[in-house]
Design a protein around this ligand. Structure first.
Ligand SMILES: [Ca+2]
Ligand SMILES: [Ca+2]
Length: 202
């Protein structure tokens, strides 16, 4: 390889390193214990129920439930009274911002006593029912319909009696934007290598 080719190769590597996104980092997008809008009055007759804002919604932190202090992470912060096997009882919703995350990497984890139907931007993502108590994490999945920027999560929840519980989290890989300050030394190093090469070739 000639000296000029070697110098150009070095410069190409430096510029490539500078322009490539930095390594992905798994991050929390929605933490457990987050604050949600919620209601105990069935809102689903309204086609806009899985948006946010509007009258008739309360605000409170997860976990929702009626169980405390057994060390499972579901100690309730907002009371969800026990109910019977008569369908959904509690509806929660929240805006989440996926800006800066790799959409295909975003995953959700959810625990509920007894059942749930999870929606993203009004489209059903997943749902299930199970007797017995819950754990972290009883259910997990991804979002096929995740959008860049703001998305609206909505969850219809049902109890079948006795204990109640609900909380969830969302995680994803943050796509870091190259930082001009941190990449400047790389650029200068590349230009320096080129400069040294010029002097030696004289
Ligand atoms: Ca019920
Ligand atoms: Ca129950």
């Amino acid at each position: 390889m000639s000296i000029m080719k070697a110098k150009l190769s070095t410069l190409a590597i430096v510029f490539t390193l500078t322009l490539l996104p930095l390594a992905a980092n798994a991050s929390t997008i929605l933490a457990t214990g987050s604050t949600w809008e919620y209601t105990f009055a069935d809102p689903t007759a309204d086609p806009l129920w899985s948006t946010t804002g509007g009258a008739g919604w309360l605000t409170g932190p997860a976990p929702f439930g009626n169980v405390c202090c057994n060390g499972d992470g579901f100690d309730f912060a907002t009371l969800w009274p026990a109910d019977g096997t008569d369908g959904d009882d509690l509806w929660v919703r929240k805006a989440v911002d996926f800006t800066g995350f790799s959409l295909s990497s975003i995953g959700w984890d959810l625990g509920v006593d007894n059942g749930y139907k999870l929606y993203l931007n009004g489209a059903l993502v997943a749902g299930a029912n199970a007797e017995g108590y819950t754990f972290k994490w009883e259910y997990s999945g991804t979002f096929a319909g995740a959008l860049p920027g703001m998305n609206i999560l909505a969850v219809a929840l049902e109890d079948h009696g006795g204990a109640t519980a609900f909380d969830m989290q969302i995680t994803g890989d943050a796509v870091a934007v190259p930082d001009p300050v941190s990449t400047l030394p790389l650029l200068l190093a590349g230009l320096g290598i080129l400069g040294i090469g010029r002097k030696r070739s004289r």
